[in-house]
Design a protein around this ligand. Structure first.
Ligand code: PMP
Length: 361
């Protein structure tokens, strides 16, 4: 019997809806506020001309500089192709398809489920409470068979931190049973909240980081897993032989130099200033019901008639991220903090929309 290509694929891959990344969703515009990127490109030059050679698997300078930035030892750092690869490496190293499960707390980042589905792992979800803190009792009731618990703090797309006390309680609940993974993709916007310094107390804590956000390097595809050496050693078994290309390692090392770190901190300051202005202006818009507090470079906003707002701005080339399909986020859009001019575009576009009374959707 001859099978079509589709039938040759694994059943879970046939059933999979791929991650709807900002780039896949498309759109055409000049105000891109849908992927939590830094709005301005930082120029870099390559310092090495050695592309005939394979790169180091774990480039020493990148590892050393990141360890020093994070206050850790080099053997507690693994670098990979974005935090996204870190999410998946953990599943591949720790979870047996058909036996083990992963757990996370929606509304949250979409790749935890997509990676689990790709690998064919069961995933359990425990909806966050109304204030978007984790529901510890319910998590406790769901822990049987769970090997990995993903916590996103600050959380994408809600923008809030998970309470440090709750993370500690969860770490105690999971001790000897499961790893707790704190996804800190946005931690540069609230560095005091990092749990990386807790690694000495918890052998089962893992922290995910990235250069895609505050470091303004989403196109580089460089991320980090921070964990104790036994976890890193296991991940090193399943990682690709050359996860970072030579140019990626070259640029990452520059971004992590003293000068690069100072520049990153300037970005954070600018983004926070723009965020404060955007929050104020949005709160005065008649289209806006709630602007949620954010510790990040994006805002979650509950709108009146969000799909009308989303489409109207989209048609004007202002591309936001629709969160309507996430549990608990009806009428919510996520807006990345762009330049001052980009924030002004959003505000002006909202002000120019027809009055709400005349609205027919
Ligand atoms: N975690 C969270 C919470 C994110 O928002 C993102 C990026 N959207 C990632 C991880 C992945 O980051 P990277 O670009 O490093 O793969």
């Amino acid at each position: 019997m001859s099978l079509g290509i589709e039938q040759l694929a694994r059943a879970n891959v046939r059933a999979l809806t791929p991650y709807q990344s900002a780039r896949r969703l498309g759109g055409s515009g000049d105000v891109w506020l849908n992927a939590n990127e830094y709005p301005i490109a930082i120029p870099y030059e390559l310092t090495q001309q050695t592309l005939n050679r394979y790169p180091e698997c774990q480039p020493e300078q990148v590892i050393e500089r990141y360890a020093s930035y994070a206050g850790l030892q080099p053997d507690q750092v693994l670098t990979c192709r974005g935090a996204d690869e870190g999410i998946e490496l953990l599943m591949r190293a720790f979870c047996e398809p058909g036996e083990d499960a992963v757990l996370f707390c929606p509304p949250t980042y979409g790749m935890y489920s997509v990676s689990a589905e790709t690998i064919g792992l069961e995933y359990r979800t425990v909806q966050a409470r109304e204030n978007w803190q984790i529901n510890l009792e319910e998590i406790g009731a769901q822990l049987g068979g769970v090997k990995l618990i993903y916590l996103c703090s600050p959380n994408n797309p809600t923008g809030n931190l998970i309470s440090a006390g709750d993370i500690r309680t969860l770490l105690e609940m999971a001790r000897g049973k499961a790893l707790v993974i704190a996804d800190e993709a946005y931690i540069e916007f609230c560095p005091q909240a990092s749990v990386a310094s807790w690694l000495g107390e918890y052998p089962h804590l893992v922290v995910l980081r990235t250069l895609s956000k505050a470091f303004a390097l989403a196109g580089l595809r460089c991320g980090f897993v921070l964990a104790n050496a036994p976890v890193i050693t296991l991940l090193m078994k399943v990682i690709a032989p050359y996860p970072l290309s030579t140019p990626v390692a070259d640029v990452a090392a520059q971004a992590l130099s003293e000068q690069g770190l100072a520049e990153m901190r300037r970005h954070v300051k600018t983004i926070k200033e723009n965020r404060a202005l955007l929050i104020d202006a949005l709160r005065q818009s008649r289209w806006v019901e709630t602007v949620y507090e954010s510790e990040t470079n994006y805002l979650l906003v509950r709108f009146r008639a969000s799909s009308f707002v989303f489409k109207s701005l989209w048609n004007q080339g202002i591309i936001l991220r629709d969160q309507n399909k996430q549990p608990g986020l009806a009428d919510c859009l996520r807006i990345s903090i762009g330049t001052r001019a980009e924030c002004d575009h959003v505000i002006n576009a909202l002000a120019a929309l027809p009055a709400i009374d005349n609205l027919r959707e």
